[in-house]
Structure formats: structure tokens, C-alpha cells
Design a protein around this ligand. Structure first.
Ligand code: ZN
Ligand code: ZN
Length: 474
């Protein structure tokens, strides 16, 4: 397995070199042999370490759920500052991130009439409060609701019964989350008084999946919520028997603004400390679980990777910057604030990667490296191969909070996690610490440590340039 992967990558390496696509004016980026050797040791140290597991346990146990703008948001920031310091990071600081604050207070629903019974649902982030009792009209998918005539749902509750598909790379979440982000506005246009959806999830538990929604300009928001998968099934069966009335009662809504913080820790580089490799996760979570896989694990594993690099005898040339981003969940607020603050320093960003897809094993690596950095990119892939990670050049895009700085021209990398089970737990009460596999988490730490160390040690860059026009990213 190991030998086969090495051969495959050696082939890719020679293709990258012999391909002749390296810009003659631009020196080829390469990683020194000494750094490759150090990375191999780092990989073994990380695989044997339970540091990320302990950090994630600390965050999810001591802070618990961390809804952006809640009382726990401030405790999470204090936790991250203290943890970076405890881990011996050279520099630890915070940067303000201001956003509108949304609160969930209570939520319930029940079928009324001859088949009266409770339904399990949760408000979508951004939903207003309200109690609506009305007949439900079912739509198979978003397109069907978007095709409904204006006024055709007056006095009704719109219900999208779209079932999200399971996939290793999370491909089903695009259409699943579009129901959540665009369904409510479509329902309002058709005249509905409330919006319900089958949760964007792949489980069969009676746990609804929350997540942010938004309402288009000029529309008056309506109460919007997600039913658990079995409750969506139940409602569909009732609707097949005849007209069904549901009473939805949500107490939630926007309440002023809140200022949280991006929390940043740095392991200082030896020769080019002003250039940075950025890794991180997001510190906030939804409120239903304890935010273990989304995204306590991302914070824990990137903090651990930084710490393991920091304790090497030979520091990399560039600085490792670990960022615990504020409020990703409600609109990438931390990532946008970071990009705004560092807009003038795009070229100092060697490479950036965020872990925000659970705690499953990493199976593929890719980056935005231009032709002149393809050799170094393949060297990173070769060092990741013993972890069971394949090189997938040209695939994927940056993690959510890296998106805004990547739009400004920063080079990004993707360490793709196996998300087969991610949407069983994502944004539900079941997103808890016990769901994390310590071995898989250690594999993630090894991958991030190797990747960050090698990127920070490279002779040459990976193509970060301020972009005049925003580049398209996922
Ligand atoms: Zn996340
Ligand atoms: Zn999330």
C-alpha cells in the first residue's frame, strides 16, 4: 500500500517536472530534503499523540455548546486564549468580530385535529418567532416550491420533503442546505405563513438538524424550522391520508449585535517569521449538541498540530498561525473579519487550510498551487501518503473560513475528511464528544502537522497574490 502510493506520487512528481509547465521567470518551489525527513518524524509523533483528543474534550466539556453571541461564546474565547497559552504558543491574541445576535428560546410543533400528536423540530438560525396553525402543503424539493404561484400558499404552511443523499465528500449537502437557505424565501413568495423542511441530514434519529437560513431583501420573514427525518416521514404519511393541520410555535429571533473574537496562536518561524501558514477551525457551534465534530475537533486538531510543530528542535522557516474563527455558522463572520484585516498581507500567506468537516479520517489532499509550485505540492502529498491520503490535484476548494481570504488571492489547501457519517450528527443534539474516534483524530493531526510544517519550510511560495478581481472558490 505504502510502496504503491509512493510510486504513484513519484510518477506525479516527474510529470509535474517534465511537463515543462513551470514558468521560466518563476523559480520552482521546492521543499528541502531535511524538512521532508523532519516531517516524517512529526507524522509518527502526531499519530502517537492524544493531544487533539484532550483539547477537544476540554472545549466540549468545559464550555459545551457555543452558539455565537451567547454567554458561552465569551467563555469559548477565554478558553481558547488560555489553551493556546497553556500549549506554549509564542504569541496569542484576539481580533474582534461583530455580527447580529440570534437567540433560540423555545420551539414546539404538533399535529392538530383527529390525528393530534407532537412533532420534533428545531428553528432554523435566523428564523423569527411566531405561532402558526395552518394546513401543510408538501413539496418534493426546492424547485417545486419555487415554481408555486404567488399567493397560492396564502394561509398555509409550506413543507419541503427533500431527502439529502449520503456521500463521502459531502456532495449531498449542497442541495440539502439549499433547501434550508432558499426554501423560506420561496415559501414567502408563494404566500405561506410558515416554512417546514425535512432536516438536511442522513440519519434516522428523531433529532432535527438546525443551521442558518436567510430571507431575501424585501420579504417579511416567517417562522422557519426543520423536522427530524422520522417526523418528516410521519408528516408525509399523514398528508397522504388527507388535509393535515400543524401548529408550529417558535420563540427565537435577532436581538442587537454582539462582538466576539477570532482567537489566534502563533508558533514563530525561524527565518521568515512574517510569512504564515494558516490552519484552524471555528470556535462557535450550534446550540443543540456540544459542537464536537462541528467544529471542536477542527479547533483541537489544528491547535495540536501547531503545538507539535512548536516543540520540534528545528522550527520551520515560516510562522504557523492557528486561528479559532468566531461565528462561522451564521455567515462566516470570523473568516470575513480575518480577510478584511489581512487584505493587505495576502502575499504573506504561504498556504491556508481550515478543518471543518467533522473528525473522520483525511483521504485526499489538494491545493491551489500554481504550476511552479506543483513539485512542492506533490512533495507534501508524498509525505501524507503513508497516512492513507491520496493526491487529488485540482479537486475541491478552501474550507469555509479560508474562503474570504482565498477570494483575495491567498493560496489554499484542502485536506478532505471522510464525511460519510458527518451528516448523521451535523447540527443536531447528537454532535457530542463520544462520536469522535481518537485514532482518526490523531491521523488528522498528523496530516495537518506534516502539511503545515512542509508548507512553512518550502523554498518558494504557493502562489498567494492579491487578486484584483475575486477568484471563484467553492
Ligand atoms: Zn462547521
Ligand atoms: Zn456547522
Amino acid at each position: 500500500m505504502r510502496a504503491t502510493l509512493s510510486v504513484a506520487i513519484a510518477t506525479l512528481l516527474s510529470v509535474a517536472v517534465l511537463g515543462g509547465s513551470v514558468d521560466a521567470a518563476q523559480r520552482e518551489t521546492r521543499i528541502p530534503d531535511q524538512a521532508i525527513a523532519t516531517a516524517a518524524q512529526l507524522r509518527e509523533t502526531a499519530l502517537a499523540s492524544d493531544l487533539a483528543y484532550r483539547i477537544t474534550e476540554s472545549l466540549t466539556t468545559e464550555v459545551g455548546p457555543r452558539l455565537a453571541g451567547s454567554e458561552a461564546d465569551a467563555r469559548a474565547v477565554a478558553w481558547a486564549v488560555a489553551k493556546f497559552k497553556e500549549l506554549g504558543f509564542d504569541k496569542v491574541w484576539t481580533e474582534p468580530v461583530t455580527f447580529p445576535k440570534w437567540e433560540r428560546r423555545s420551539e414546539s410543533a404538533r399535529v392538530v385535529g383527529a390525528n393530534a400528536q407532537p412533532l420534533h423540530l428545531t428553528a432554523l438560525g435566523g428564523s423569527p418567532a411566531g405561532t402558526v396553525e395552518a394546513e401543510v402543503v408538501r413539496f418534493a424539493d426546492l424547485a417545486a416550491l419555487e415554481a408555486a404561484a404567488p399567493g397560492s400558499l396564502t394561509g398555509k404552511i409550506a413543507f419541503i420533503d427533500y431527502r439529502m443523499e449520503r456521500a463521502r465528500d459531502g456532495a449531498g449537502y449542497g442541495p440539502g442546505s439549499r433547501v434550508r437557505s432558499r426554501g423560506p424565501s420561496a415559501a414567502i413568495r408563494a404566500g405561506a405563513s410558515a416554512f417546514l423542511m425535512r432536516s438536511a441530514g442522513t440519519d434516522s434519529h428523531r433529532n432535527p438538524h438546525t443551521g442558518i437560513t436567510r430571507f431575501d431583501e424585501g420579504l417579511t420573514p416567517i417562522p422557519s424550522a426543520a423536522l427530524s427525518v422520522p417526523d418528516a416521514d410521519q408528516l408525509t404519511r399523514l398528508l397522504s391520508r388527507g388535509p393535515t393541520k400543524v401548529r408550529v410555535s417558535l420563540d427565537c429571533g435577532w436581538d442587537g449585535t454582539y462582538t466576539s473574537q477570532n482567537v489566534i496562536g502563533e508558533i514563530r518561524g525561524s527565518r521568515k517569521p512574517n510569512e504564515v501558514v494558516v490552519i484552524g477551525g471555528h470556535l462557535d457551534s450550534w446550540d443543540l449538541g456540544t459542537g464536537a465534530i462541528d467544529d471542536g475537533a477542527g479547533v483541537g486538531l489544528t491547535m495540536a498540530a501547531g503545538k507539535l510543530i512548536g516543540q520540534l528542535k528545528q522550527r520551520p522557516a515560516r510562522t504557523i498561525r492557528v486561528v479559532a474563527f468566531a461565528n462561522e455558522e451564521q455567515g462566516l463572520h470570523g473568516g470575513k473579519a480575518y480577510a478584511a484585516k489581512y487584505a493587505g498581507e495576502v502575499a504573506k500567506h504561504q498556504l491556508a487550510a481550515e478543518s471543518d468537516f467533522g473528525a473522520g479520517r483525511i483521504y485526499a489532499y489538494s491545493s491551489s498551487a500554481p504550476d511552479y509550485a506543483k513539485t512542492a505540492d506533490a512533495q507534501i502529498a508524498q509525505a501524507l501518503a503513508p497516512l492513507g491520503i491520496e493526491y487529488a490535484p485540482g479537486e475541491g476548494g478552501p474550507g469555509p473560513d479560508i474562503g474570504p481570504i482565498a477570494q483575495k488571492g491567498a493560496a489554499w489547501a484542502r485536506l478532505a475528511q471522510d464525511g460519510t457519517d458527518y451528516f448523521d450528527l451535523h447540527h443536531t443534539p447528537d454532535d457530542t464528544f463520544d462520536k469522535i474516534d481518537p485514532q482518526a483524530l490523531a491521523q488528522n493531526v498528523a496530516a495537518y502537522a506534516v502539511f503545515a510544517y512542509l508548507a512553512a519550510s518550502a523554498e518558494g511560495d504557493f502562489g498567494s497574490r492579491p487578486s484584483a478581481t475575486p477568484t471563484k472558490t467553492e
